[in-house]
Design a protein. Structure first.
Length: 275
C-alpha cells in the first residue's frame, strides 16, 4: 500500500488533468479566456502551496507539493493549446521545408511557450530554495523533461503523431508533426526514461520515511508514464480511446455517425411477409 497508493494517485491525476486540458482546448474559442483565467488562478494557488509548504515534510505535504507541481505544468499545456502563449510565428511551413530551417520555424511557433516553462521553473525553484519539501519542483521538472523529449521525437518522426489531439485553432502545429517508422532519438529517450524510472523506484524502496516513499513513488510513476507515452508514439494502438470522454468534437461525431446509420425496418419486413 505504501507504493500502490501514490502510484495510483499519480496515474489518476495525470489521466484526469490531461483529459481535462484536452476537453477545454476543444471547446469553442469564446470559452478560452475563462479557461485561462481558471488555469491562472490554479497556477497562483499551486505556487502558494509550494511556497507555504516548503517546511512540511509530512505525507500530506508531499502529495500537496506534487499536485501543485502538476497543476503548474498544466497551466503551460492549456496556455499553449488555447493559443494564449505560443510564439511569434503563426503560419505553417511551406511544402518541402526541412532541416535546421524547419527546426527554427518550430521554435518560432513555440518560443513564448518554452520561455514561459523556464520562467515558471525559475519561480518554483526560487520558492523551493533551501526547503526540505521540493517535490513540487521535481514533479514540474520531470514533466518538463517528458514534454521536451516527446515533442522532439514527434518533430523528428514517429508512427503515431496523434494529430487528433491538436485543436483546430492550433492547426499550425500540425506542420511540425512527422510520420516515420523510427528516429535516432527515440531509443535514447526510452532507455533514459526507463533507467530514470527504475532509479526512482529503487529510491522509493530504500526509503524508510513514509513521506519519502510516497514522493519517490509519485515521481517514479510519472517517469513510467513518460516511457509508456513514448512507446505509444510508435505502437499501433488507439491512444484516443483513453481520452475519448475529453474530446467533445470526436464524441459528437461518433454519436452523429451512430444516429445516421441506417436501421433495418422490421415492421416493413413483417408486413411484406404477411400473406
Amino acid at each position: 500500500m505504501d507504493y500502490a497508493l501514490p502510484i495510483a494517485y499519480a496515474l489518476c491525476l495525470w489521466w484526469f488533468s490531461t483529459g481535462l486540458i484536452f476537453y477545454l482546448d476543444q471547446l469553442p474559442v469564446r470559452t478560452f479566456r475563462w479557461s485561462m483565467a481558471g488555469a491562472t488562478a490554479l497556477l497562483a494557488a499551486s505556487l502558494y502551496v509550494i511556497w507555504s509548504g516548503g517546511a512540511d515534510t509530512s505525507l500530506w505535504g508531499v502529495y500537496a507539493a506534487f499536485t501543485a507541481g502538476v497543476i503548474a505544468w498544466g497551466w503551460q499545456e492549456i496556455s499553449l493549446y488555447t493559443g494564449f502563449v505560443t510564439g511569434p510565428r503563426k503560419h505553417r511551413c511551406a511544402e518541402g521545408c526541412t532541416g535546421w530551417r524547419h527546426f527554427g520555424h518550430a521554435i518560432g511557433v513555440n518560443l513564448w511557450h518554452e520561455l514561459a516553462i523556464i520562467g515558471v521553473a525559475a519561480v518554483i525553484a526560487a520558492l523551493s530554495w533551501g526547503n526540505e519539501n521540493q517535490w513540487g519542483l521535481w514533479s514540474y521538472l520531470l514533466l518538463w523533461v517528458m514534454h521536451l523529449s516527446a515533442r522532439l521525437n514527434v518533430f523528428l518522426g514517429v508512427r503515431n503523431v496523434s494529430e487528433e489531439f491538436v485543436p483546430a485553432h492550433m492547426e499550425v502545429l500540425k506542420s511540425f508533426l512527422t510520420r516515420k517508422p523510427m528516429n535516432l532519438l527515440f531509443p535514447v529517450s526510452v532507455t533514459g526514461g526507463t533507467i530514470g524510472a527504475v532509479l526512482l523506484f529503487q529510491q522509493a524502496s530504500s526509503a524508510s520515511d513514509p513521506a519519502a516513499v510516497a514522493g519517490f513513488s509519485l515521481l517514479a510513476a510519472l517517469a513510467s508514464l513518460a516511457v509508456v507515452e513514448h512507446w505509444l508514439l510508435m505502437l499501433p494502438l488507439p491512444v484516443e480511446k483513453l481520452f475519448r470522454w475529453s474530446l467533445p468534437g470526436r464524441r459528437d461525431a461518433a454519436k452523429s455517425r451512430k444516429s445516421n446509420t441506417p436501421r433495418f425496418d422490421y415492421t416493413a419486413l413483417k408486413t411484406n411477409l404477411t400473406p
